[in-house]
Write a protein that binds this ligand. Structure first.
Ligand code: GLU
Length: 483
């Protein structure tokens, strides 16, 4: 008794696309749900477009997402002998034939034909196999191929809409429809779960598979079931574009999305768990996932929604787990992984881990991605805050009441009990004296001390920063405004 066997079969031709991540997740969920086997097969036969780094990127992204595979990674390039053996069996059984037509000759012949594509010229010419002859698949003249798709139902492809397509090029390269079908067949894949963009090539693979089942000496194998996942679209409901939309999983990892949040969000792209909750644990995803519940309409990859969900995941972390997760952004010098091309504003000696442990819970409440943390806490570690000019002009430089607040706070904070609550009460009282509500009253203080108008809760931050540094920064901002 073996359970279902599924595979994720990416081509290492670029950054790991969110659509691929969703495909791998749905395969993984299905395998884990059914007690099946999840195979990783890297389809690296397009030597012109493949790069080792993309191949490693796939594995590290899967590891980051926590999608463990049970078999593989297999490299398709290493399975060439299987592909060639299958091609020979297909030639012997008459399913493939050699064709030495040049593109120009074909174009010349088919000019004006109703039916575009190859005209079957070499079908019965018995062309010699040679380095100038490709192998074409003899598409049956009549009938149709039906793809049974768990998500889309039965889809019928009439054979007369297919030309005799090439499966082995004259230079010996085995093309995708053959290699993919042979590997799925050899690996006894029971369910092919992949993106909708591959639906048009599916009948070719089914034809290959059926033909192989009809070759002498090749034991028949049951066809897999197919499930073509809905396309991912952007806000304009257009297919996600590699050029215009940020689609690389690595990009989101660099920005500080948590893998659990990312996986949770990807799971909602075309499928939804029971109930209307969006935050769903991995174990629940596994338990509830059903391929037949996947929708066919396109799924909107909504970065805003994902970011919001990520914020919820961040807030749910224990303070210790938060500190550990954010480590690559705050102490990049010591972590084994850090975001691409990343530099942090403070040096190792400026960073104070004990202070950070006290600051962390303040920012944990306020960020939606881990990558937002450094800018929010830099003022704790740098000798001077990095002043955002627009914020300074708005709250201090161009606001006499803001400058007045600085002057009054400097006097009042000098001997105040240094706790968040007395800083809060004192600021509120100072604001009242000059007719400012607390929110307005604290803006110039925040800008003077942190450099910006957004950040962690102010009074808790001042308490942690200490009286001396706070006063020095209030003074510096005051002088800056009048100089
Ligand atoms: N390697 C191909 C791709 O990434 C095929 C994938 C598949 O059949 O699942 O587009």
């Amino acid at each position: 008794m073996t359970g279902p066997r599924v595979r994720f079969a990416p081509s290492p031709t670029g950054y790991f696309h969110v659509g691929s991540a969703r495909t791998s997740l749905f395969n993984w969920l299905f395998a884990r749900q059914t007690g099946g086997t999840f195979v990783l097969r890297i389809e690296d036969t397009d030597t012109e477009r493949n790069r080792d780094e993309w191949h490693e990127g796939i594995i590290s992204a899967l590891r980051w997402l926590g999608l463990d595979f049970d078999e593989g990674p297999f490299l398709q390039s290493a399975l060439l002998a299987d592909h060639l053996a299958a091609a020979e069996a297909l030639v012997r059984a008459g399913h493939l034939y050699a064709c030495d037509c040049t593109r120009e000759a074909i174009d010349e012949r088919i000019k004006g034909n109703d039916k575009p594509g190859y005209d079957g010229y070499c079908r019965d010419r018995k062309v010699e196999r040679s380095s100038s002859a490709a192998l074409r698949f003899r598409v049956p003249d009549e009938g149709e191929t039906v793809v049974h798709d768990i998500i889309r139902g039965d889809i019928t492809f009439p054979h007369d809409s297919y030309e005799d397509f090439i499966v082995v090029k004259s230079n010996g390269t085995v093309l995708y429809p053959l290699a993919n079908a042979v590997d799925d067949r050899t690996m006894r894949i029971s369910h092919v779960i992949r993106g909708e963009d591959l639906l048009p090539t599916t009948p070719k693979q089914v034809m290959m598979w059926v033909a192989l089942n009809n070759c002498d000496g090749v034991p028949p194998v049951e066809l897999p079931q197919y499930a073509h996942l809905p396309m991912l679209v952007n806000e304009q409901r257009k297919k996600l574009s590699k050029r215009k939309d940020p689609v690389a999983v690595e990009h989101y990892r660099d920005l500080g999305y948590l893998p659990d949040a990312f996986v949770n969000y990807l799971a909602l792209l075309g499928w939804s768990p029971r109930g209307d909750q969006e935050m769903v644990e991995r174990a629940t995803l596994i338990e509830q996932f059903r391929l037949d519940d996947v929708a066919h309409s396109p799924a909107f990859f909504d970065v805003k929604k994902m970011t919001h969900l990520n914020g919820e995941y961040i807030r749910k972390l224990s303070p210790e787990a938060f500190i550990e997760c954010v480590d690559p952004w705050v102490r990049p010098w010591s972590s084994s992984w850090r975001p691409t091309d990343y530099t942090v504003a403070w040096t190792q000696s400026q960073f104070d881990p004990a202070l950070f442990a006290r600051v962390a819970p303040l920012v944990q409440e306020r960020v939606a991605t881990l990558g937002e943390v450094p800018a929010m806490i830099a003022f704790f570690f740098l000798d001077e805050p990095v002043i955002d000019e627009a914020s300074f002009a708005k709250s201090i430089g161009g606001d006499p009441l803001g400058r007045e607040m600085l002057t009054r706070a400097l006097a009042r904070f000098a001997d105040l009990e240094w706790t968040a609550s007395s800083l809060h009460d004192a600021t509120s009282a100072l604001g009242e004296q000059i007719g400012l509500a607390l929110r307005k009253a604290q803006a110039p203080l925040r800008c003077a001390v942190t450099g910006s108008l957004v950040g962690p809760p102010l009074f808790e931050s001042l308490e942690l920063l200490g009286r001396e540094k706070t006063l020095a920064r209030l003074r510096a901002a005051s002088e800056r405004a009048t100089s």
